[in-house]
Design a binder for this molecule. Structure first.
Ligand code: ACO
Length: 402
């Protein structure tokens, strides 16, 4: 029998909380979630208002600085981010080391971490000015790096940023444009892209953000921390759910097959889950999913397209929300349920879905990292464990073991 008091100290305050379901790891002023009511606020502003009325760079400024920018501050911030969209030419050589069929998230983990090897003047975490420059570089260069990952995968030449365009417009051009041909940005697509980025920009202490904070708590440089966040986001239980959700909807294919998949999701012996459904914090409709579903409808309507997958998604939602299993467990669509429909309407392949999420969430990651670095009480994050292995025993030489 292990005496826990001996192992962990007799403080009476040791908690065992697998999955951190009820442990706050930090104080934060950035994002508020009320999971029971389905409320999400960035710095106090409701997510639906921001998605409707703001733009991504304004939201980035808000998350980083705490308040909406004045007009001059907005223009200066936009100019600063725009100035940093180019990447070091040597960094572009990295792509050639990857196989063409590499998952773009694998490329992103490597290439974003590698930024620390190029931007030495923004890796001193104790210098507030360097921290600001690192934030700007990360926000500005993520779309360039992501578009290059896409271009590399389809064997097309890289396109350099066009800084006369909006954040979303520039990314769309670098991704879908081709050299020597003008690329006309569809305002409907650009608007959907901006909304998509706003909706996913921050979500308090989710797995990837906690990873960024934990990595940063040891004093690691910001590029290494963001790379750690990208790795964590990739998992299908987190940011990878958007790719998994669209693959699932495609597998379902037609509304008549929905009951079969609902039955599988309810079967305890089947590991299958409805992807894009359920959330650790939301026990009500995810407010981002509400907006995302509208964005999906709008973009399809405005582009004059229909997508059978969107019809499957809406029917699946309707059936699940009237099923006692999903009602009892308070399982609702999350942001990833409809985001795939939007991204595929824009023209992205599923392998790019989580990359788009990473471009957006990089803002939240860097805002949270900055908040932590500015906290004079900041300590290295070091969870404890409940040891369940053997008690002390004596070493037995190899020839004496049975
Ligand atoms: N389909 C079917 N049943 C589900 C689902 C689902 N999508 N999600 C949860 N459940 C059930 C579980 O089987 C469990 O049932 P039980 O109590 O009978 O054992 C119960 O609901 C609670 O589920 P947990 O896994 O304990 O909940 P947790 O808070 O740990 O997990 C998570 C949340 C990971 C999001 C989960 O709902 C899930 O796997 N969803 C599918 C993946 C997904 O969409 N992830 C994206 C999340 S949003 C984001 O990261 C941006």
């Amino acid at each position: 029998v292990i005496d826990i008091r001996k192992l962990y100290g007799n403080t009476g305050r040791f908690t065992y909380d697998p999955g951190f379901t009820s442990t706050a790891a930090c104080e934060s002023k950035i994002t508020y979630i009320d999971g029971d009511q389905g409320i999400l606020l960035y710095r106090g502003y409701p997510i639906d208002q921001l998605a409707e009325k703001s733009n991504f760079l304004e939201v980035a400024y808000l998350l980083l600085n705490g308040d909406l920018p004045s007009k001059p501050d907005h223009d200066e911030f936009t100019h600063l981010i725009t100035r940093h969209t180019m990447i070091h030419e040597q960094l572009a050589q990295f792509y050639r080391g990857f196989r063409r069929d590499a998952h773009p998230m694998a490329i992103m983990c490597g290439i974003v971490g590698a930024m620390a090897a190029f931007y030495h003047d923004s890796t001193d975490i104790h210098d507030p000015q360097q921290r600001v420059i690192a934030s700007h570089r990360i926000i500005a260069k993520m779309p360039t790096l992501a578009a290059m990952a896409y271009k590399y995968s389809i064997g097309q030449p890289f396109l350099y940023p066009d800084n006369s365009l909006s954040f979303a417009g520039n990314f769309l051009r670098m991704t879908f444009g081709v050299p020597a041909e003008p690329y006309v940005i569809d305002p409907v697509v650009e608007d959907a892209m901006e909304k998509l980025l706003i909706l996913q920009a921050d979500h308090e202490q989710n797995a990837s953000t906690s990873t960024v904070r934990l990595a940063g708590s040891s004093g690691a440089n910001p590029f290494a921390c963001i790379s750690a966040g990208i790795a964590c986001l990739w998992g299908p239980a987190h940011g990878g759910a958007n790719e998994a959700a669209l693959n699932m909807l495609r597998e379902i294919g037609t509304p008549d097959r929905i009951p079969e998949f609902i039955a599988r999701a309810k079967n305890k012996d089947d590991p299958f889950r409805l992807m894009g459904f359920g959330h650790r914090v939301y026990k009500n409709y995810d407010p981002r999913a509400k907006v995302m579903s509208k964005v999906a409808k709008d973009i399809l309507d405005k582009l004059g397209r229909s997508d059978p997958i969107f019809d499957v998604a809406r029917e699946l939602e309707h059936i699940a929300l009237n099923d006692p299993y999903f009602i009892d467990k308070k399982l609702y669509p999350n942001v990833d349920f409809y985001s795939g429909v939007v991204m595929s309407a824009i023209g992205f392949p599923t392998s790019m879905f989580t990359v788009l999420f990473a471009i957006s969430r990089a803002v939240g990651w860097i805002a949270q990292w900055t908040e932590m670095m500015e906290d004079p009480e900041q300590k290295i994050g070091r969870p404890r464990q409940l040891y369940t292995g053997p008690t002390q025993r004596d070493f037995v030489p190899l020839n004496a073991r049975g």
